[in-house]
Design a protein around this ligand. Sequence first.
Ligand SMILES: Nc1ncnc2c1ncn2[C@@H]1O[C@H](COP(=O)(O)OP(=O)(O)O)[C@@H](O)[C@H]1O
Ligand SMILES: [Mg+2]
Length: 259
Amino acid sequence: MGEARVIGLVSGKGGVGKTSLCVNLGVSISDFGYEVTLVDADFSASNLGVYLGRYDHPVKIQDVLSGEDEVESAIFRHPTGVNAVTSSNEVTDIEPDLSRMDEILSKAAQSSDFVIVDFPPGLDTTVSSLMESCDELIVVTMPTQTAGINAAQITEKAKLDRQALLGSIINKVEGEPSRELITREVETMTETHILSEVPYDHEMKEALFHHKPLIEYDPISEAAMEIKSLAADMSGEEYKKPRFASIKRKLNKIKERIG
Ligand SMILES: Nc1ncnc2c1ncn2[C@@H]1O[C@H](COP(=O)(O)OP(=O)(O)O)[C@@H](O)[C@H]1O
Ligand SMILES: [Mg+2]
């Protein structure tokens, strides 16, 4: 275990899949044997705990930012194997003082190999300040005009601030060039390297409904396999998508139905 890289998952637009990817990437990297800590920095729409199966740890990030608690008491071990710091749902906690953010992230980094920060959408002063607290950024976007434009804005901001950009993830790809941007267009718009294209997968919502990360709910679903492959790239591990995954998925569904 070493001093972790602190990676921020950013996006201009909301709803692109940052929190879903944060959890599923985190669990996948942890499955390769690394210590991973997920940090919810989306203070106004905090839902990392929900995506971790409605996990409600009593000490939230705001308690540390306010100086009430120590970082160590906010970090908890989740049954999936990842560590996490969740955020409060209190309306009074949506604009915390961020002066202790660097300390929180560096403490988390000391005991991890990867720290992944789940960002709020947009490009306000909170986002700028959080970006400065990260070592590297990954832009999450979707193959739509609006998401692409907002992703381009955040990329430009990151470049102006000389932040290290690992690249972009295009999420919810349906592979329909007549109604969505193609990879090259997203690449040109954002001027970033495309790290991964995660397919639109209805099981993502289904998994959430069952309080499980997709990686655990259905490890051979289309999106799960792509996320695992990205996790392997990020950690320098090997992952081969299982052969005949779609046939195996169909067989699993039939087995479920039969009970
Ligand atoms: N690859 C995907 N395929 C289908 N639905 C997805 C995918 N990724 C995320 N979603 C869904 O999109 C919605 C928004 O995702 P979320 O992770 O909360 O986005 P953000 O954190 O960027 O606001 C959720 O309902 C989630 O289940
Ligand atoms: Mg989110």
